[in-house]
Design a protein around this ligand. Structure first.
Ligand code: 5GP
Length: 193
């Protein structure tokens, strides 16, 4: 998606060879018009899929998921990072290792909001090693929900998550794929798609 690539080139900051900051338009201040344009691309790309729910993980996926959900006219659900595990059995629970903090979180989704009748589009801001996505896919599997596809704003193609998910057969629709980035020059190379 050229608009997103141009914006990353203009306003993205390469913090290290592994971490790209997009705080001024995605992760802190949100350019909701850009989110709207991203949502339109996914809506077109998944036009044939019977999507009835958008799923993401807190915190940074929520803004994108909310806009995507309005484009599809369906609810958005976000997986919550939980300190206290609810033992009532009314939640799906999985463990996710955070890329940015290195910690392992328990992540939950209420059984009220995801089940076998759901056809899910999972969205997130970044795809790196795929830990967050593996956790969300695990929750969908246990819930019996069908994953229709995965929408990612920024995939870092030099990290293994995208390849691993595509090899497993998932449709991964990344709007920008960074193949390399240089913290010295702030130069970012995108994959042609
Ligand atoms: P993964 O689980 O695929 O390793 O990492 C994805 C999650 O880590 C995303 O939800 C995102 O919040 C965070 N993340 C991964 N890489 C980056 C990055 O380069 N920049 C920012 N801002 N977040 C990242």
């Amino acid at each position: 998606m050229k608009e997103l690539e141009d914006r990353i080139r203009r306003d993205g900051v390469v913090k290290s060879s592994q971490v790209l900051k997009v705080d001024s338009f995605i992760n802190h201040q949100m350019d909701v018009e850009l989110f709207r344009d991203m949502a339109k691309v996914w809506h077109k790309d998944f036009a044939d899929a019977p999507i009835n729910k958008v799923l993401t993980i807190e915190a940074s996926g929520i803004g994108i998921a909310a806009v995507v959900a309005t484009e599809f006219g369906v609810p958005a659900v976000f997986a919550k990072k939980s300190q206290s595990i609810n033992l009532d059995g009314d939640v799906y629970c999985t463990k996710i290792k955070s890329f940015t903090h290195g910690r392992v979180y328990d992540v939950i989704v209420s059984k009220k909001f995801l089940g076998p009748n759901d056809h899910v589009l999972i969205v997130d801001d970044f795809l790196a090693n795929g830990c967050a996505m593996d956790g969300l896919l695990d929750i969908c599997r246990v819930a019996g929900a069908t994953v229709e596809g995965i929408g990612i704003a920024v995939e870092k193609g030099f990290q293994p998550g995208g390849k691993h998910l595509r090899d497993e057969g998932y449709i991964v629709d990344s709007l920008a794929i960074v193949d390399s980035m240089d913290p010295q020059t702030n130069e970012i190379e995108f994959r042609h798609q």
